[in-house]
Write a protein that binds this ligand. Structure first.
Ligand code: PGA
Length: 254
């Protein structure tokens, strides 16, 4: 079964408009000049730049735009928040939900994330749903229990048909922004576990088709060994996605 392979960047709260447009142009140019494969590129862009970046990529096949968050309500008195409909109107196709920084600093839990997932899907956005254990969980031998709860709590209320629009990203918190990467074997163990959980809750075909990305200090030097694992279908890349050369090398490792 060949699953969609994905190089997704998460710019987080970095760059200004000028830098964001420059980086986008570089990513697009390198993709057209150097990459002929089937993998897709997704750029996880800060809210203020989404419209500009979406315009820059709209004629480039295989490049999509993600927001890094959105609100769970359709519209209304939520000062400072951003709705799914607003994102769609800008040409955004994907939304990253449940990133560990959202969970840790903004108190997002599975009950809230399940609502955000529903709202995103109802507006035709594809979801990149993040999960991952803290270092204490891993040291205590609880990794699989933690990711199982995060996976089920955010996604297992969905009907089978919704899964065509779901990508899961396994991001061990201790590997995010630390330079410390999970070994390919550690990551593969969790990816295999997650796929089996999806298989038990739904059907084999849904689990086989769902891309599961690895995130946490992915860089050109480790991308190939991570992506060589049978259940790792690409990366969600933070720091290295801010450098067009590094991000392109990661794409080419798929
Ligand atoms: P990193 O971030 O690649 O800088 O570790 C990954 C992420 O948070 O998605």
């Amino acid at each position: 079964m060949s699953r969609q392979q994905i190089a997704a960047g998460n710019w987080k709260m970095n760059l200004n408009l000028i830098d964001a447009e420059k980086l986008t142009r570089e990513v697009v140019d390198m993709r057209s000049d150097e990459y002929r494969g089937e993998a897709i590129t997704i750029l996880g862009v800060p809210f203020p730049f989404l419209g500009n970046v979406a315009r820059l990529v709209k004629d480039t096949p295989g490049v999509y735009i993600a927001a890094q968050n959105m609100h769970q309500a359709t519209s209304g008195a939520y000062t400072g928040e951003v709705s799914a409909d607003m994102l769609v109107s800008l040409g955004v196709t994907h939304v990253i939900l449940g990133h560990s920084e959202r969970r840790a600093y903004f108190g997002e839990d599975e009950a809230l994330l399940a609502q955000k997932v529903d709202q995103a899907l109802a507006h035709g956005l594809k979801v990149i749903y993040c999960l991952g254990e803290q270092l204490e969980d891993r040291d205590a031998g609880h990794t699989l229990d933690v990711v199982k709860k995060q996976l089920a709590g955010g996604l297992f209320h969905l009907g089978a048909e919704a899964w065509a629009n779901i990508t899961v990203a396994y991001e061990p918190v201790w590997a995010i922004g630390t330079g410390r990467t999970a070994s390919p074997e550690q990551a593969q163990e969790v990816h295999d576990f997650l796929r089996n959980e999806i298989k038990s809750a739904y059907q084999g075909a849904i689990a086989e088709a769902c891309p599961i990305l690895y995130g946490g200090s992915v860089k050109p030097s480790n991308a190939e060994s991570l992506f060589a694992q049978p259940d790792i279908d690409g990366g969600l890349v933070g720091g290295a996605s801010l450098k067009s050369r590094d991000f392109t090398e990661i794409l080419k490792a798929l």
